[in-house]
Design a protein around this ligand. Structure first.
Ligand code: GLY
Length: 570
């Protein structure tokens, strides 16, 4: 008996001792969290757009209705990336657990050809794929929203477009950032347009809080609301677009517009430990690259090593180096190029691919594959995340590519056209504006979709919705998503903390690590330099819009303070 008591007591003390030695999981307080809500939430790049999405949810709309309404609102209030003249990708997870993705990426016009941005000596004509009319891919956004809504919308098409039309017609106040951007690109608007967009380029500079109206855009959206997607591709809007293209010497034709179609694609799905990751397949490189990064990270004890320590960062940088080298070689539009998706995501392949990572030394990128590139110039795109009361979830990333795309506004229709053609590999080994290089897989061909880095992503835990993530940032989209996901899963941050946390980025070429300014310890930087890494400061990485489902069922929004982003819930 005495022995039994003794052993029972001993077990109790042993258990107590073991428990007290373990690090208790961090229990964040509500004040550490972002926006909290019980029912539904929308997180986007602009407070007015997020508000529109939540109004739609409150009016009985589902996640699709809210996402489409938010998308069109962003086209009005955030025209440097929100758009109807661009394209993007949507990843959807429905309340019953089913998933799908919509590819509404722009295509190369039929008259496009492989060497269209090269001179007679085969040299790249500077900025030809970035500025003006030849840079424009066939716009895809309206078809994308139409398709999403047709498949899963609950409210009428007119109801989801109404708030955007009202914002465009009745005007809204500019945020400081939006006023600054309109002023910054003033000369480009003048230079790139055949007809000056007078409501954008005015005699005086834009001020914070000043009201801006987009009357032509309001009329365009009204026509699309009344007549549906055909209005954009075959109706009056198509005529205005084609007249603008013709005036500027572009190559998009009526046939290009009429035949554009969005494509429902099977998501790429993988696991990170016990979490299921549902993300975008090609022609975005983002999903495959994100899964490669996460799979390759599994073997490293990064939680133990700590967030943004030299050891953790070194491992992640070396993985990034190899994944971006794969991206350049193997990824392109799957309808034109046989993307070796299974091989890239095969765990044995990844094990071998990462086998030469050295713990105490960086691998120079030239040893992995050769190439020379310049610095990232612009990182515009935008993302929105939506979760509704039934826990349907949508992640949409959309873009004009550069800020205000090609800077060309369709006269009389009031929207900017993309400069997405630069996302093709315009010459083998020549870097695009993000410094990304590519080859055959992403060469220009008529009607082909250009490779993207956009990575709208949804995570599940135990068969239930866990997280919706995404961000703009060109080539840095993939690594910002990667870090934000690990910040929550490994470093036990709240959604808002994970978004706020300072980010870094490596993309194989150029062989440098971008670090957000004022965010990294001098000691960590010195250690990384000792391992051979070249460090470059960058003002900001990512502008995430994320939603996390908490264990108690509530939603936490993480909206990036690097921009005007806001999560709104109800
Ligand atoms: N235009 C940026 C991207 O699609 O990745």
């Amino acid at each position: 008996m005495f022995h039994l008591l003794l052993s029972r007591n001993f077990s109790f003390y042993l258990l107590f001792f073991v428990m007290s030695c373990q690090t208790l999981p961090k229990q964040p307080t509500d004040s550490q969290r972002g926006t909290l809500a019980d029912n539904g939430m929308v997180s986007s790049a602009h407070p007015l757009a997020s508000n529109v999405g939540v109004q739609i949810l409150q009016a009985g709309g589902n996640a699709t209705d809210a996402a489409v309404a938010t998308f069109f609102a962003l086209a009005v209030v955030y025209p440097r990336a929100g758009n109807i003249g661009g394209g993007g990708f949507a990843v959807c997870r429905w309340a019953d657990g089913s998933t799908n993705t919509l590819d509404f990426r722009e295509t190369a016009p039929n008259a496009a050809h492989r060497d269209m941005y090269l001179d007679e000596n085969g040299e790249v004509i500077p900025r030809a794929s970035l500025d003006g009319y030849l840079a424009v891919g066939v716009p895809a956004a309206v078809e994308g929203m139409w398709e999403l809504h047709k498949k899963n919308g609950k409210l009428s098409w007119q109801a989801v477009l109404a708030p955007a039309i009202e914002l465009a017609q009745n005007g809204f106040e500019l945020t400081a950032a939006e006023a600054e951007y309109l002023n910054k690109y003033r000369e480009d608007f003048i230079k790139q347009n055949k007809t000056l967009p007078a409501h954008i380029v005015k005699a005086t500079i834009w001020q914070t809080g000043e009201k801006i109206y987009h009357k032509d855009l309001a009329k365009t959206l009204q026509r699309i609301s009344e007549k549906g997607r055909d209005e954009f591709y075959k109706g009056e809007t198509a005529q205005l677009l084609l007249a603008e293209i013709k005036a500027g010497g572009g190559i998009i034709t009526a046939e290009d517009l009429a035949k554009y179609h969005a494509i429902w694609r099977k998501p790429v799905i993988g696991n990170y430990k016990n979490y299921k990751v549902i993300t975008m397949p090609p022609p975005s490189s983002g999903g495959i690259a994100l899964l490669q990064l996460l799979h390759a990270t599994e073997k490293y004890p990064i939680r133990k090593w700590g967030h943004n320590t030299a050891r953790t960062m070194h491992a992640m940088i070396e993985i990034e180096r190899r994944v971006y080298a794969d991206r350049a070689t193997h990824l392109g539009d799957p309808d034109f190029y046989n993307v070796p998706q299974e091989m890239l995501l095969n765990k044995n392949y990844l094990k071998k691919r990462m086998a030469d990572i050295l713990p105490h030394e960086k691998t120079p990128s030239e040893k992995i594959k050769e190439g020379k590139v310049e610095r990232i110039e612009s990182v515009e795109t935008t993302h929105l995340s939506v979760v509704d009361k039934d826990r349907n979830a949508i992640a949409i990333t959309t873009t004009l590519n550069g800020n205000y795309g090609s800077k060309v506004m369709v006269n009389g229709a009031g929207f900017f056209l993309n400069n997405e053609m630069d996302d093709f590999s315009i010459k083998v080994g020549h870097p695009n504006q993000f410094g990304l290089v590519g080859g055959e897989a992403n060469a220009i061909m008529p009607n082909k979709r250009m490779l993207s880095s956009m990575t709208p992503t949804i995570l599940e835990q135990n068969g239930k919705l866990l997280m919706v993530v995404g961000t703009p940032g060109g080539s840095t989209i993939i690594t910002s998503n990667y870090q934000t996901i690990l910040n929550v899963l490994e470093h036990q941050m709240t959604m808002q903390e994970a978004v706020d946390a300072k980010k870094f980025h490596h993309q194989w070429l150029p062989d440098e690590v971008l670090l957000e300014e004022n965010g990294f310890d001098d000691k960590v930087k010195a250690e990384l330099q000792q391992l051979g890494h070249r460090l470059e400061p960058i003002p900001a990485l990512g502008r995430m819009d994320c939603i996390l489902v908490l264990p108690n069922g509530k939603l936490e929004g993480g909206a990036d303070k690097r921009g005007d982003n806001m999560a709104v819930g109800y």
